[in-house]
Design a protein around this ligand. Structure first.
Ligand code: HMG
Ligand code: MG
Length: 285
């Protein structure tokens, strides 16, 4: 049965590789992105312009953006926490950028050394600059269910942060279950609150699979109207500042699941599986 279109936003080269213990050479990252570019994605997050002291794994991001073969119709995205990162991302010709906020104070402090309020003060000039030069900005909300420092997070708090990101100009808000604590029930309750303030067509689900519930949580999100899901080939991923943040849900699993349900993703499963094997080999060296 044809259920319409779902998009997978590939985040493997960023969220997947930012947490790997091995120092992965830039050439390997470029090879992974080039393979992913052939698989049919519209958007791939390939870089992160954060402090190399905080996340040394992402230090070669400008070289990655300079070295990849850019495919027509693919937007290459970069994560930026502040103007410093934004300027580096623009200089490296990222096609779109992502800012990242948290629904919990504890994670915000640990992740970016700033309160939620201070994070928004840093985001305001980014949105203003990006608007002038027509660069799309995506917003993340982390810890939408539970925070490793503050515990359970109220859906109303997630809705408040998502609303702020959307109102200030983010074209899409990706809701991060950073430590994979969600269940179909808690995800549905959270989405009910967020859908009230951000149109569901502008929301994405970003599920880490710590507890093996990411696919169930995608199903819960589908039934609430979400049609964009972040995933990482090979199930790599995690956040260095969120203990318990295991891999992102694997792109190859999500694509097979969505296709079996009758959604069209436009992705080449064989190429994704090839990329998943490559990503897992990169982990081991
Ligand atoms: P800070 O130490 O408070 O920053 O870190 P600062 O402003 O005091 O600057 C300290 C030094 O960092 C200075 O250099 C700055 O120039 C430099 P120094 O004078 O010491 O040589 N600096 C930078 N360098 C490069 N790029 C920059 C940058 N900014 C300042 N953009 C900061 C604050 C935000 C920089 C730091 O905390 C940081 O980089 N945090 C990033 C953490 C991160 O990347 N976490 C993972 C991504 S989030 C995630 O994975 C969740 C997500 O997947 C969704 C989900 O799953 O929930 C998105
Ligand atoms: Mg993540």
């Amino acid at each position: 049965m044809d259920k319409g279109v779902c998009e997978i936003f590939e985040v493997g080269p960023r969220d997947g590789l930012q947490n790997e213990a091995r120092e992965i050479p830039v050439a390997e990252k470029i090879a992974l992105v080039d393979l992913l570019s052939r698989a049919g994605f519209s958007r791939i997050e390939v870089a992160s312009f954060v402090s190399p002291k905080w996340v040394p794994q992402m230090a070669g991001s400008a070289d990655v953006l300079a070295g990849i073969k850019r495919a027509d119709g693919v937007r290459y995205a970069a994560l930026t926490p502040n103007m410093h990162g934004y300027e580096d991302a623009v200089a490296a010709k990222a096609d779109e950028i992502a800012i990242f906020a948290s629904a919990s104070e504890g994670f915000s402090q640990k992740n970016i050394n700033a309160s939620i309020e201070e994070a928004f003060e840093r985001f305001a000039p980014i949105l203003e600059e990006a608007r002038h030069v027509d660069i799309p900005v995506r917003g993340y909300v982390s810890c939408v269910i539970k925070c490793p420092y503050d515990g359970v997070i109220a859906p109303a708090k997630v809705a408040e942060v998502a609303d702020r990101l959307f109102s200030m100009g983010c074209y899409e808000v990706s809701l991060g279950d950073t430590i994979g604590a969600g269940t179909p029930d808690s995800i549905a309750k959270m989405l009910l609150a967020v859908r009230d303030v951000v149109p569901v067509g502008r929301l994405a689900g970003h599920f880490h699979d710590t507890n093996g519930r990411a696919i169930d949580n995608i199903d819960a999100s589908l039934s609430m109207g979400v049609r964009v899901f972040d995933a990482a080939v090979g199930g790599l991923g995690g956040c260095p500042f969120a203990p318990g943040a295991a891999g992102n849900v694997a792109t190859e699993t999500v694509n097979a699941h969505l296709t079996a349900l009758g959604y069209k993703t436009g992705l080449d499963q064989a190429l994704i599986e090839e990329a998943a094997t490559m990503a897992q080999q990169m982990r081991n060296g």
